[in-house]
Design a protein around this ligand. Structure first.
Ligand SMILES: [Zn+2]
Length: 262
């Protein structure tokens, strides 16, 4: 893991915007990855989507880096987190990475340019500050951060987290993020059959001001907690690759509906 360099995200995004597969070096430590350009055709032509698979596979072994405190406006918080796991040991970072890998080509087929906040599932971080910067510098039309939750084992279902108002800091992203959240919520329920979480949030939505990825974003942004990894039923679904493909298809539909105003 290299030390985070402020300019790196910008470089990654510039490489992505120039369509640079050839010249761009692999991202060190899992930071922002240049994306191949979208097809330029389809309903999402000209749109930039940033996908943020939560956590990273190397986080657990490197608490000295992951626990470093960063400023997320409302508080000081760890740079990143290890993430949760199912009772059988399926890790949240692996889940998020898998969903992202299925989701990315669906969006690209619709013409979007897709930028990831990490390039593999073996790295450390990047910090939430850097993840947010990648979306901002890409001038993303939508940023979606993918997670699995850890609620009480009896609770199940999914919910979408939207940014809460931090007056004077994120006013302009509140409304578009809520629209993005609603579009994703509706598509996710329709596509996966998962119910709204019965242990957290309301009607599948929750507003928070304690997440750096939300607080620091200047672009429309949501997190999705795709299910409760501590619930046996949700965990069985999330561990199943066929279900993760359904999740990806559902998220693609939600993102498309938001970006096309459907
Ligand atoms: Zn998470």
């Amino acid at each position: 893991m290299r030390v985070h360099r402020p300019g790196f995200a910008a470089l990654a995004v510039l490489a992505a915007l120039s369509g640079g597969c050839g010249g761009a070096a692999p991202a060190p430590g899992g930071a922002g990855l240049p994306a191949p350009p979208g097809t330029g055709k389809g309903p999402l032509a000209g749109k930039v989507v940033v996908l943020d698979p939560g956590h990273n596979g190397g986080n657990a072994a490197h608490p000295e880096q992951v626990d470093r405190q960063v400023d997320i406006i409302t508080k000081s918080k760890a740079c990143n987190a290890v993430g949760f796991r199912t009772a059988d040991g399926y890790e949240e970072n692996a889940f998020a990475w898998s969903v992202t890998q299925h989701l990315r080509p669906l969006l690209e087929t619709m013409g979007a340019q897709v930028v990831l906040t990490r390039s593999n599932d073996e790295g450390i971080g990047p910090c939430v500050t850097e993840r947010a910067a990648i979306g901002n510098e890409a001038r993303a039309d939508a940023v979606v951060s993918i997670h699995g939750d850890s609620g009480k084992p009896s609770g199940h279902g999914f919910h979408v987290i939207v940014p809460g108002l931090i007056a004077g800091r994120n006013d302009e992203v509140i409304e578009p993020s809520r629209k993005l959240g609603l579009a994703i919520r509706d598509a996710y329920r329709a596509g996966t059959g998962m119910p709204y979480a019965d242990y957290r949030g309301e009607d599948g939505l929750r507003s928070r001001t304690d997440l750096g990825g939300l607080n620091l974003s200047t672009r429309p942004v949501v997190f999705i907690e795709c299910g409760n990894m501590r619930n046996a039923g949700d965990a069985a679904k999330m561990t199943d690759v066929a279900f993760r493909k359904r999740i990806a298809e559902s998220l693609a539909n939600g993102i498309k509906n938001y970006l096309t105003g459907a």
